[in-house]
Design a protein around this ligand. Structure first.
Ligand code: 6GU
Length: 270
């Protein structure tokens, strides 16, 4: 996969040299190019922002350097195929669609991703309109809070996407049993010593009884998802739940009503 990132703080992206993503680059599984937006200015001050038309606080990123760098990336894109497919341009912004594991899986299939990191109040809207001629443009947010710029969001997204590229994670099995892969949060994990500061590892994990261990872990997934992320519980496909699952959910505040999972306190009394 090819990834291009455009930023006025390219040093922010240096962290992508580390760990699994850094190794994926060295192994040529990931061709990552970071561009300094200021290299596409032509004035002495390398100016990338200006005051907003219509007034208001803050500064807006000027269109010209963005136009130049995106044209160059589009021209070099390996994803402009015979069927007219467009490379994807992700624009990190709190006003975007929320990034999640399903989006990470979808984007991990792409041949080429470009990330346009805005700063200040954002990028002149005409840049996105112009870019849409050569890219599939997607404003994306990493959650309901505001960052000063897109760089930290790009670090999160590239890590989430990059680890799903075949060959990046040594043991692909570990992708199957992680949080969000089945709509539930991960179960708690333990390692040696079996007793630490008076706290014991749950006995069932030492039992060697694989069916019992699987049930224990599944219950923990259901319990902690019910407590921490009740929004995920009501989205579960009820047909994937067995009698034990439904019983655990009942004891954690959820009932199955006409094939749907609902919080018990929302069931109207007879
Ligand atoms: Cl993707 N960018 C910025 N600047 N702020 C954010 C965000 C992205 N996601 C949440 N807040």
């Amino acid at each position: 996969m090819r990834i291009d990132v455009v930023s006025i703080f390219p040093e922010y992206l240096a962290a992508l040299d580390l760990s699994l993503i850094g190794k994926a680059r060295r192994d040529n599984l990931l061709d990552l190019n970071v561009h300094d937006l200021r290299d596409y200015t032509h004035d002495r001050h390398r100016k990338v922002d200006d005051t907003p038309y219509g007034g208001g606080a803050g500064m807006v990123m000027k269109p010209e350097p963005w136009g130049e760098v995106l044209n160059r990336i589009a021209t070099e894109s390996p994803a402009t195929g015979p069927l007219g497919e467009k490379p994807i341009l992700i624009v990190p912004a709190p006003a975007g669609a929320v990034f999640d594991q399903a989006m990470a899986y979808e984007l991990a299939e792409a041949q080429h991703l470009t990330f346009a990191c805005g700063r200040y109040e954002g990028i002149d809207e005409r840049v996105l309109e112009h870019a849409a001629e050569s890219f599939d443009v997607r404003p994306v947010s990493i959650g309901d809070y505001v960052l000063n710029g897109g760089e930290v969001a790009v670090l999160a997204m590239v890590e989430a996407i990059g680890r799903l590229i075949p060959g990046v994670i040594g043991n692909p099995e570990s992708l199957v049993e992680e949080s969000h892969s089945d709509g539930l949060l991960e179960y708690p994990v333990y390692t040696k010593p079996g007793s630490w500061q008076g706290r014991e590892v749950p006995e069932v994990l030492l039992s060697g009884n694989h069916a019992k261990i699987a049930r224990f872990r599944r219950n923990k997934q259901l319990e902690r998802t019910a407590a921490r992320r009740p929004d995920l519980i009501v989205e579960l496909d009820a047909s994937t739940l067995n009698r034990h699952d439904r019983d655990t959910l009942w004891h954690n505040g959820f009932a199955l009503v006409e094939g749907r999972i609902v919080p018990k306190d929302q069931i109207a009394p007879e």
